[in-house]
Design a protein around this ligand. Structure first.
Ligand code: PPS
Length: 303
């Protein structure tokens, strides 16, 4: 994928959001739908699935280092993470002639690492048929909402979030790209009960003890990594290291305005406390109770 500079972008304005089979989407993620639905997964593919802003890049980089950290220096020094691990549903024709499915098809590695933000019901059926491994990462709703708000502010290929008050109202109604957070995390949680090749991770656990989660990932993937390797990876994927690393901080993406907010913003659990008013928090908790009453998945909003 060639990345153009801002001046050559054909993007005139932010995209509209519309209802797509019950989920709010933009055309960037639905334009390639037929190819997406028919995407051919392989048994050794690893799908990294998340609601946006739940820790996708973090876990992607951990997996990348677990598999390819030792043997491919060029990959680590000159290929941004979004090129190593394509977003399957992405179709940014304004910027690139290559779609997410084509990028995935063209991946030279084995295994292929592929990312998606799709709710579970939209995942191409070949992943289930091939019994591919899937790593899902979930983040508590409050911090996830805050992170998504700042992302939508700085990312010109996302709908305009408006101010925080209107954004949080929309979030509670599930009117964000990729749909309601509530259904996303609980839909994937239900899937885990019947699909054993799915590892369900929490962002809060990653912050609490990254090394422990690296070990958990390594064991889920059946890798025999040494303690030293895992320690090296754990060090390399700390927030400050990834923020400094131009291969992981997204600094080269021309449609992101880093003057508004950085991609690697704070990386914390509990930042929501700096955004929610007392009234908003009470209302949010009320809505949360309703929306999450049928699921057993539990989150921590502080550690
Ligand atoms: S995206 O656009 O959906 O792929 O974004 P995603 O990578 O899922 O989420 C971005 C948020 O994850 C934080 N992040 C990290 N936190 C802690 N440690 C590390 N290493 C790390 N890497 C990414 C990133 O800062 C975004 O969260 P916020 O709260 O906005 O800082």
């Amino acid at each position: 994928m060639e990345i153009p500079d801002m001046a050559s972008l054909k993007l005139q304005s932010r995209p509209e959001m519309f209802d797509f089979e019950g989920i709010s989407m933009t055309h960037f993620f639905t334009d390639n739908w037929e190819k997406l639905k028919n995407f051919q997964a392989r048994p050794d593919d690893i799908l990294i699935a998340t609601y946006p802003k739940a820790g996708t890049t973090w876990v992607s980089y951990i997996l990348d280092l677990l598999y390819f950290g030792n043997d491919d220096l060029e990959r680590q020094t000159s290929k941004p993470i979004y090129m190593r691990i394509p977003c399957l549903e992405a179709c940014f024709q304004e910027f690139s002639t290559v779609t997410g499915t084509e990028m995935a098809d063209n991946l030279p590695t084995s295994p292929r690492l592929i990312k998606t933000h799709l709710p579970v019901q939209f995942v191409p059926k070949s992943f289930w048929e091939q019994n591919s491994r899937i790593v899902y990462v979930a983040r508590n709703a409050k911090d996830n909402a805050v992170s998504y708000f700042h992302f939508d502010r700085m990312n010109m290929v996302q709908p305009d979030p408006g101010d925080w008050n209107s954004f949080i109202e929309k979030f509670m109604k599930g009117k964000n790209v990729f749909g309601p957070w509530y259904d996303h995390v609980s839909g994937w949680w239900e899937k885990k009960q019947t699909y054993s090749n799915l590892l369900y991770l929490f962002y809060e656990d990653l912050v609490e003890d990254t090394g422990r989660e690296v070990e958990r990932l390594s064991s889920f993937l059946g890798l025999s990594t040494s303690v030293e390797e895992r320690e090296k990876i754990t060090k390399g994927v700390q927030f400050d290291a990834m923020k400094q690393n131009n291969m992981t901080n997204h600094v080269n993406l021309p449609f992101m305005d880093f003057k508004i907010s950085p991609f690697m913003r704070k990386g914390k659990v509990g930042d929501w406390k700096c955004h929610f008013t007392v009234a908003q928090n009470e209302q949010f908790d009320e809505v949360y109770k309703q929306k999450m009453k049928k699921t057993t998945v539990r989150f921590r909003t502080e550690i």
